[in-house]
Design a protein around this ligand. Structure first.
Ligand code: NG6
Ligand code: CA
Length: 513
């Protein structure tokens, strides 16, 4: 058995020395960079990750041509914090307002913060954000959708934005392009509230007979396109999106961005609405998976990735484009609508073998698919190294030669050799976060979950959150399903990992924002 004192001995000390790979990296080439965040896609949802009840040929091809990570983690088990961590290189739990953002939230990334987009922009990259955003828009006090919406993505390093402001189950159900609601009629201004009904549009609560997709939990405010959402809105009728067309719309915007920057290095940050609820496939995918709409939107997601790949091929730039595909958090089955996701699973296992799911500190909350393809440089293979999305920032900064100013990306490390599959060295540790900000730390084979008086189950989905009054310890090498808590047997390891977590917590001053 490994002695606690040896746990970190061979590795650089936390937060002091960046780097978790040994091989020297030659002078930085300048690939195009595409980062695609799927929403709520589970570690077991893709055929290249072992799914047998669904086939994802485009993503499988991506994986076959690149590095397929098997131990990669989102920082958090929900969307807003994971996206915050990815773009800022700072653990989201260091800042107060990084919980699941409502659709009228202010921009939660301080415009003074140096983001991943800033880093690449500073190196001459054309930068674009397309699709799900969920980091808020506008000033403190919330978003005014009827004027130019600032600050937004263009104030934190992006040249271009085409955004779903929050999630597809939250109002307002409109796109924002470069600060303006697309298709808004000024004579029909938008009002949004997350505290009370506004206007007289029907709600799921008052008019359930008008609903075409019934909620199973919550989701009973304003009805848009027959789907009751979270939050109330009125106005902006001409600007409302059509759910069936969202994938086509954002894919077209993404491929247009790629094509228009074909001759310069570009960075595209794309968030798909798939496979988040409400799961509304275009008719060409509806019924095609045999697993209900959750399966159908996985096919739709696979199509999106295929379109991006096809665009790169047709422009002749696939070879020198680094494409990263991953998910913001793990899978959830029933996330609030009666879409029969559970009944129609047909043996499909979105969480793979893992415990928990979206919201949870257990593995299925943050262990996600993660694929890196860059034909000019990355050799195909499997990447078993322990890896966190928090390191994407500094790894890409290192790749492009971008300087990271003092104080920026405080939790991110340069793990470029791992990202590129040139080293299989584990990160010294990976920190996970659940819905109520309880943390876990993985180091080597061990995973420690800090004690928490938070709820045992997520209120709606009944997902085990991983909260318990006593510390938990699992040996992931023999017990990846976290069934056997061995904390009592290994007090030394519990102590070592809990002090490591305390050290990580204290290494950077948390903000009061
Ligand atoms: C929850 C919603 C869920 C989803 C989630 C955010 C209910 C009952 N549940 O509160 O449907 O919207 O928030 O998901 O309303 S995330 O992937 O964007 O973080
Ligand atoms: Ca999500």
């Amino acid at each position: 058995m490994m002695k606690a004192s040896l746990l970190f001995a061979a590795l650089p000390s936390a937060a002091l020395l960046p780097g978790c790979g040994e091989q020297a990296v030659p002078a930085p080439p300048r690939p195009n960079i595409i980062f695609i965040y799927a929403d709520d896609l589970g570690i077991g949802d893709l055929s290249c990750y072992g799914a047998t009840k669904i086939s994802t040929p485009n993503i499988d091809r991506l994986a076959a041509q690149g590095q397929r990570f098997t131990n990669a983690y989102a920082t958090s088990a929900t969307s807003t914090p994971s996206r915050f961590g990815l773009l800022t290189g700072m653990y989201p739990w260091r800042q107060k307002n990084t919980g699941i953002a409502p659709g009228n939230s202010e921009l939660i990334i301080d415009t003074a913060c140096h983001t991943l987009a800033d880093a690449l922009h500073g190196e001459g990259y054309a930068t674009g954000a397309v699709g799900k955003w969920h980091l808020g828009l506008g000033p403190a006090g919330g978003t005014n959708f009827n004027a130019e919406i600032r600050p937004g993505a263009r104030d934190i390093g992006f040249d271009y934005e085409f955004l779903i402001p929050a999630t597809v189950d939250r109002v307002p159900c409109v796109f924002v392009e470069d600060g303006h609601v697309v298709g808004l009629d000024p004579a029909d201004p938008i009002t949004v509230s997350y505290t009370q009904k506004v206007g007289d549009w029907p709600t799921g609560e008052e008019n359930p007979e008008l609903v075409t997709l019934k909620p199973s939990q919550g989701h009973n405010n304003t009805i848009i396109n027959g789907i009751p959402r979270i939050g109330w809105m009125t106005g902006g009728r001409a600007a409302l999106w059509v759910d069936e067309h969202i994938a086509d719309t954002i894919t077209a915007k993404a491929t247009r961005f790629i094509a228009s920057h074909r001759d310069e290095p570009f960075f595209l940050y794309m968030g798909t609405q798939d496979v988040h609820v409400p799961r509304v496939p275009h008719p060409r995918f509806a019924g095609k998976s045999g697993l209900g709409t959750r399966g159908d939107v996985i096919l739709q997601l696979d199509w999106t990735i295929g379109e991006v790949m096809r665009t790169l091929d047709s422009l002749g730039i696939a070879d020198n484009t680094l494409l990263i595909f991953t998910s913001d958090n793990g899978a959830v089955i029933d996330d609030g609508y009666q879409d029969q996701a559970l009944e129609l699973l047909n043996g499909h296992t979105p969480m793979g073998i893992y415990r928990g799911g979206k919201y949870s500190l257990y593995e299925a909350g943050t262990r996600v698919p993660f694929i890196v393809r860059w034909p000019a440089r990355v050799r195909p293979g499997e990447q078993p190294a322990l890896f966190s999305q928090i390191d994407v920032y500094r790894s890409l900064a290192a790749l492009t030669g971008a300087e990271v100013p003092a104080g920026a990306a405080p939790d991110s490390r340069d793990c470029l050799p791992v990202l590129l599959g040139e080293s299989h060295e584990d990160r010294e540790y990976v920190v996970q976060q659940n819905l109520n900000n309880t943390l876990a730390i993985i180091s080597g084979r061990w995973k420690y979950l800090e004690p928490s008086d938070g709820p045992r189950l997520e209120y709606w989905t009944k997902t085990e959150l991983g909260n318990a009054p006593e510390p938990q310890l699992y040996d992931l090498s023999t017990d990846p399903c976290e069934l056997n808590d061995v904390a009592a047997e290994h007090p030394d390891i519990v102590k070592s990992l809990s002090s490591k977590l305390a050290e990580v917590r204290g290494a950077v001053r948390s903000t009061t924002r």
